[in-house]
Ligand binder design. Structure first.
Ligand code: ZN
Length: 139
């Protein structure tokens, strides 16, 4: 099931982080300019760390990634975070893929991955919340 909008009586959220990969000023309320800058700096450090395999650069890249993720989380609407937290506990829900997080096995032990909009699956979920439900009663 794909969800594009969620709303409460006081808030409406269009689930969308298109613009993360575009150059220049962000026009998306869920992607800040600061996040885009941190993301570019992280990618540069990550590439350098891969090339040079130097511990200092590897640590700097990890630190930058964590700054970028914090900034991403600031723009994440609370009602989406709350919805995801409720869905993840439901036994019939097996996957939650959205513009912020990709969780391909909600009953697994691993944490959800950040949606970096790099793979085909990530790009395909940059603009909606995908909920996979395994319920024998529904077909
Ligand atoms: Zn989908």
């Amino acid at each position: 099931m794909d969800v594009c909008y969620i709303a409460t009586p006081t808030e409406k959220v269009k689930i969308n982080r298109i613009g993360l990969l575009l150059k220049g000023h962000s026009n998306n309320p869920y992607v800040s300019d600061k996040e885009k800058t941190l993301r570019a700096e992280w990618q540069e450090l990550k590439a350098r760390a891969t090339r040079e395999k130097d511990v200092k650069t590897i640590d700097a890249a990890a630190e930058k990634r964590s700054e970028q993720v914090s900034e991403m989380e600031k723009s994440e609407p609370k009602i989406l975070r709350d919805l995801r937290a409720g869905l993840i506990r439901h036994c019939a829900v097996s996957q939650l893929l959205d513009p912020w997080y990709m969780n391909s096995n909600t009953h697994g032990t691993g944490a959800a991955n950040i949606n970096d909009q790099q793979s085909k699956v990530e790009k395909g979920h940059a603009h909606h919340l995908h909920i996979t439900i395994r319920e024998p009663g529904i077909i």
